[in-house]
Design a protein around this ligand. Structure first.
Ligand code: HEM
Length: 444
C-alpha cells in the first residue's frame, strides 16, 4: 500500500451557528465543510471541544497509533450501554479485550468461510421468495435488512425463524433511532428517562430477552468445525440459562443485529442505486459473473473469483459508507502535528468524508469500481473502521455483500421508481432520506 505524505495542519474552526447543521447530518456536514476548513477542523460549541476528521494520517494516529488514549464516544455507544448494559460493542478496556478475543474465535477470517455455504443458501431462499414481487415496487433496503437478520441469526446463533425477521429488522431500526436521538444533546438522556421515552424501548428489550430464551431452546447445536458465537458464549458462561445469562445474550443480540444487519442492508441498497444509475457498470458486473459461474447459480465457492462484484461492493461502501462516522473521546491530552487534542475532546472521524476527500481519491464523486484494482492510500479507506475496535464482523460482511449482490443481479433486473436523488442522512447508519424504491423484474 502507498502511504500518504505527512502534512502539517493548520486547524480552523467553524462558526458556532453551524453546530446544529453538524449535529443534524454529521457525515455530510464534515464532507461539505472540508473544502473550506480542511480535512481536520474544529466544530465550535461553547464548553466542548469537537474535532472533525477526514484525514488519513490524523485518523491513523487516533484509531491506531495512540488508540489507548481514546474511548468510544458518549455519542451513541455510551448511550447504548446505558440502555442495554455490557456487551462487546459497549465495553472498553480489559473487559472488552477479553470479550473481543473470545468472540473473534467465531468471527475470524478462516472461521467465517465455514458459514458461507449456509449463508449462500439463505440468500437463494430469500431471492426465490422475492420472485413473487415481479413487476412490483419494493423498498430494497427493507428487504435486504430482513434477509440479513435471518443470515446473522443462523450464522452466529444457529437459530432459524424467518417469520420474525422483518419484525426484528424494524425493532433494530427503531431502537437505533432512539439511541441516536438520546445521544445528540447532553440533556436528552434525562429527558428521555423522565418523559417515559426510554420506557417505550422496554418492550423491545423484553422482545430480545424472549428471543434469547427461544434461541437457547431451539438453536441447532453446532458440531465439529462450526463452533458458532452462541456456542462460545455458552461455553464461557458458568450459568447458561440463568436470568443473568439471558440478559447477557439479549445485549449481544442487540449489538450484533444492530451492528450487522442495517449496515449491510444500507450498503447494498446504495449499491443497487449506484448500479441503476450506472448501467454500463451493471453490464460489466453481469458479464464477470457469467464468466465465473458459466450461467449456473452463484455458489459460495465462486466467491474468490467474483472480482468485479468485490470492486462494486468496495466502491459502494466508499461512496456511501454505512458506518459514516466513528466517534471517540480523548482520555488525556494528545498531540498531533502541533495540534493539541485536549482531554475530554470528542473526535468525529467521518469515513463518508474521508472516502470523498480529493487528496486520496481521483474523481471522488464518480462510481468507478475499477479504481480498486489498485490498493488505496493507507487509511484513506475505512468502511469497517480501523484499530482495536475495527468491525469484528468484517470477514462475514464482505462475503455476505458480494454473494448477495452477485445472485441478485444474476436473477433480477431493476429500475428506480423515480428520478428524485436520495440524499444521505447520518443516522445510526447512512440511510437515504427516503426509501430506495425499485421495480423488480425477474431475469430467469
Ligand atoms: C457493511 C457492513 C458493516 C459495516 C459497514 C460495519 C462497520 C463497522 C465499523 C465502522 C465498526 C467500528 C466502530 C467503531 O470503531 O466505533 C464496526 C464495529 C462492529 N461491528 Fe461492524 N460493520 C458491518 C457489518 C457487521 C457484521 C455483519 C457484524 C456481525 C457479524 C458486525 C459487528 C460489529 C461489532 C460487534 C462491532 C463492535 C466491535 C468492537 O467494539 O470491538 N458488523 N462495524
Amino acid at each position: 500500500m502507498r502511504v500518504a505524505e505527512p502534512t502539517s495542519y493548520n486547524i480552523r474552526s467553524t462558526p458556532y451557528y453551524l453546530f446544529p447543521a453538524f449535529i443534524k447530518n454529521t457525515a455530510v456536514f464534515i464532507s461539505e465543510k472540508m473544502d473550506t476548513y480542511g480535512d481536520f477542523f474544529e466544530v465550535k460549541l461553547p464548553g466542548r471541544e469537537i474535532l472533525a476528521v477526514a484525514n488519513a494520517d490524523v485518523l491513523q494516529h487516533i484509531l491506531v497509533r495512540n488508540e489507548t488514549n481514546y474511548i468510544k464516544s458518549r455519542y451513541y455507544w455510551q448511550q447504548l450501554k446505558a440502555i442495554i448494559g455490557n456487551a462487546l460493542g459497549t465495553l472498553e478496556g480489559d473487559e472488552w479485550l477479553l470479550m473481543r478475543k473470545l468472540h473473534a474465535k467465531a468471527l475470524g477470517n478462516a472461521k467465517t468461510t465455514t458459514y458461507l455455504f449456509n449463508i449462500n443458501a439463505d440468500i437463494h431462499n430469500y431471492l426465490h421468495q422475492w420472485k413473487a414481487y415481479k413487476n412490483s415496487t419494493v423498498d430494497i433496503i427493507a428487504l435486504f435488512a430482513e434477509m440479513n437478520v435471518a443470515i446473522l441469526l443462523q450464522a452466529l446463533f444457529g437459530y432459524e425463524n424467518k417469520a420474525i425477521c422483518a419484525t426484528i429488522a424494524s425493532l433494530v431500526g427503531a431502537g437505533q433511532k432512539h439511541i441516536l436521538w438520546r445521544s445528540k444533546y447532553p440533556w436528552r438522556p434525562f429527558l428521555s428517562n423522565f418523559s417515559g421515552k426510554d420506557r417505550k424501548y422496554d418492550s423491545s428489550l423484553i422482545f430480545f430477552e424472549n428471543l434469547a430464551i427461544d434461541i437457547l431452546k431451539n438453536r441447532t447445536n453446532s458440531t465439529g468445525d462450526i463452533e458458532k458465537l452462541i456456542d462460545i458464549l455458552i461455553e464461557k458462561s458458568n450459568h447458561a440459562g440463568s436470568v443473568s445469562f439471558i440478559k447477557e445474550l439479549r445485549s449481544e443480540l442487540i449489538v450484533y443485529l444492530g451492528a450487522g444487519t442495517e449496515t449491510a442492508a444500507v450498503g447494498l441498497g446504495w449499491i443497487i442505486y449506484l448500479l441503476a444509475k450506472n448501467r454500463d457498470k451493471l453490464d460489466c458486473l453481469r458479464a464477470d459473473i457469467l464468466k465465473v459461474t458459466g450461467g449456473n447459480p452463484v455458489g459460495a465457492d465462486h466467491l474468490s473469483d467474483l472480482v468485479y462484484a468485490d470492486y462494486v461492493v468496495k466502491e459502494g461502501l466508499r461512496l456511501y459508507s454505512p458506518s459514516h462516522t466513528i466517534a471517540r473521546d480523548a482520555l488525556e491530552d494528545d498531540y498531533i502535528n502541533g495540534i493539541t487534542i485536549h482531554k475530554g475532546a470528542s473526535v468525529f472521524i467521518s469515513s463518508y468524508a474521508l472516502h470523498r476527500n480529493p487528496a486520496y481519491w481521483r474523481a471522488p464523486l464518480d462510481f468507478i469500481p475499477e479504481r480498486f484494482e489498485a490498493a488505496p492510500v493507507k487509511y484513506s479507506y475505512i468502511p469497517f473502521g480501523a484499530g482495536r475496535h475495527t468491525c469484528i464482523g468484517r470477514y462475514l460482511a464482505t462475503p455476505m455483500l458480494v454473494l448477495t449482490l452477485a445472485s441478485f443481479v444474476q436473477q433480477f433486473d431493476f429500475e428506480l421508481e423515480d428520478d428524485e436523488v436520495p440524499l444521505p442522512e447520518s443516522g445510526s447508519t447512512l440511510k437515504p432520506h427516503k426509501p430506495i424504491l425499485i421495480t423488480l423484474k425477474t431475469l430467469n
